[in-house]
Each structure stands twice: as structure tokens, then as C-alpha cells.
Write a protein that binds this ligand. Structure first.
Ligand code: PAF
Length: 262
């Protein structure tokens, strides 16, 4: 696997590969890789000739300085995992290579940026837009593979691609879960033993919540989730919402015919 640090090097190499008629798949990440990321590498390998992964902890998408400082960083283990998975090229830049100057661009993601993570983390999706546009414009992949755990982020990235007229297909891939059902996430390593045990209740309560939702509607499902969270010592509920899977519109009434994604 080739490890490149400069966007110029990536651009030159990719243009050579494209001249040879090879297709490019891209997996953007912030490192601290787990099997969820590796599944994205595998999808890319199945669907394209050359797989590029990026590892860059993007400062502009953190609206909380302590979250940025404590974001897990495991570069050696990441390189090993990517090599074992057969990734072809790793782009691992410094902040100054991605942002030679302050990025002051403001994207308009409309409604998408006003709800859920958009509402709770002001500026987060703008930062995602900044870095993803720079990465996609540098790597110029045919396809980019994103995890559906960050469902709202995938929608933001699709909107970005449309706004910037980029010629890339964004592919949302399935969530990978730990044996106890918790969605894999780089941030899981920040949980202590007790918190990790408690986190296993999340997939469980979401499953039951879905059943209550279908039988009794949104208000009852919300009540159920709040009441379970209230019994878990280290857990606080930021939000539990039921949304239209196509538009992410927050719903107040559940229609079982609505496209569903859990
Ligand atoms: O999901 C992530 O890891 C990041 O938000 C992304 C898409 C790599 C942009 O920094």
C-alpha cells in the first residue's frame, strides 16, 4: 500500500491510473479504524479497480475542542488493518496540506442542517462539507463509500456532490455491529467498561422502540425510550426522533408505508 501525504501526489497518481482506464473507489475516514471501515474498503475493492482510503481528523467539523483533542488516533494499527484488507493507496495528510489557508466556505444544506446532528452540533456539517469537497476534488473517485451509521452525514454528502456537480457516486453501506449489537464506531473506545456495558442497551431499546412505534405510534415510542434511558446511570438522551428515510423530515405521525431504515 502506498502512503501519500500530499494532495498533489494523490492527484498525479490518480490521473495516471485513470489514463490506464482504471476505476477509483474512495473511503474517507478519520482513522481509529474498525471492521466497519474495513467493510467499506471491501465494498470498494469489489466495485472498483483501485481503492483509496483517507485518514484525516478534520478540525473544522468538531464544534467541541475537547472532542477533537480526545478523538482516538491509532495510525500504526490503521495502516496494518488497511494493508491486510488490500487497500491500494492511503492518503494521510497534515492539517496544512488540506487547509493551506483558513476555509471560510459556507455550504447551504437547508433543512438537513437544522435537525438532529445539525441542530446539536452547529457547524459540524459545514466542516464535513469543507473536508469532503477537498478530498473528493483531490481524489476524484468514481465511487465513494460511506457508512450508514452516519445516515444524516450521507445525505449531507449527497447534497454536497449535487451542489458542486461532482462526478462521483456516493454509496451508503450497511452498519456493522459488535457482537452485542452496538454499532461499530471509533468513539466506542472512549467508553469505560461500565459505559460500554450500558451502551449495549441502545440497540436493544431501539428494537423494542420500533415495535412500540409500529403498534402505538411515535409519542408512545418516545415515552418508552426516555423512560429506559432514565434508568441507565451514565446515559443521557439528546434526542429520539422518527424521520422520513428519504427526506429526514421529523414525523409526528408514523405511517408504516413510509420507507424505513433502522
Ligand atoms: O465520518 C467520518 O469519519 C468523517 O465525518 C468524514 C466523512 C471522513 C469527514 O471527515
Amino acid at each position: 500500500m502506498l502512503v501519500l501525504r500530499k494532495i498533489k501526489e494523490i492527484e498525479e497518481l490518480i490521473s495516471l491510473k485513470k489514463q490506464k482506464g482504471q476505476t477509483i473507489g474512495f473511503v474517507p475516514t478519520m482513522g481509529a479504524l474498525h471492521q466497519g471501515h474495513i467493510s467499506l474498503i471491501n465494498y470498494s475493492k469489489q466495485q472498483t479497480d483501485i481503492t483509496v482510503c483517507s485518514i484525516f481528523v478534520n478540525p473544522t467539523q468538531f464544534n467541541n475542542a475537547s472532542d477533537l483533542t480526545h478523538y482516538p488516533r491509532t495510525p500504526e494499527a490503521d495502516i496494518k488493518l488497511l494493508e491486510e484488507a488490500g487497500c491500494d493507496i492511503l492518503y494521510m495528510p497534515e492539517v496544512k496540506d488540506v487547509y493551506p489557508e483558513n476555509d471560510t466556505r459556507k455550504f447551504d444544506f437547508g433543512y438537513l442542517d437544522t435537525i438532529l446532528e445539525g441542530a446539536k452540533r452547529p457547524g459540524h456539517f459545514n466542516g464535513v462539507g469543507q473536508v469532503v469537497s477537498i478530498l473528493l476534488e483531490g481524489v476524484k473517485p468514481h465511487k465513494a463509500f460511506c457508512g450508514s451509521k452516519d445516515y444524516q452525514q450521507v445525505m449531507v454528502v449527497k447534497s454536497l456532490v449535487k451542489q458542486l456537480n461532482l462526478e462521483v457516486e456516493i454509496i451508503a453501506c450497511p452498519i456493522l455491529r459488535e457482537a452485542d449489537g452496538l454499532a461499530m464506531s471509533s468513539r466506542n473506545v472512549r467508553l469505560n467498561e461500565q459505559e460500554r456495558l450500558e451502551a449495549a442497551a441502545i440497540p436493544e431499546m431501539m428494537k423494542l422502540g420500533n415495535q412500540i412505534l409500529k403498534l402505538y405510534g411515535i409519542a408512545e415510542a418516545k415515552k418508552y425510550i426516555s423512560s429506559v434511558v432514565a434508568t441507565i446511570p451514565n446515559m443521557k438522551l439528546e434526542y429520539y426522533e422518527v424521520c422520513d428515510a428519504e427526506t429526514l423530515e421529523l414525523l409526528s405521525e408514523f405511517n408504516p408505508k413510509q420507507k424505513q431504515f433502522h
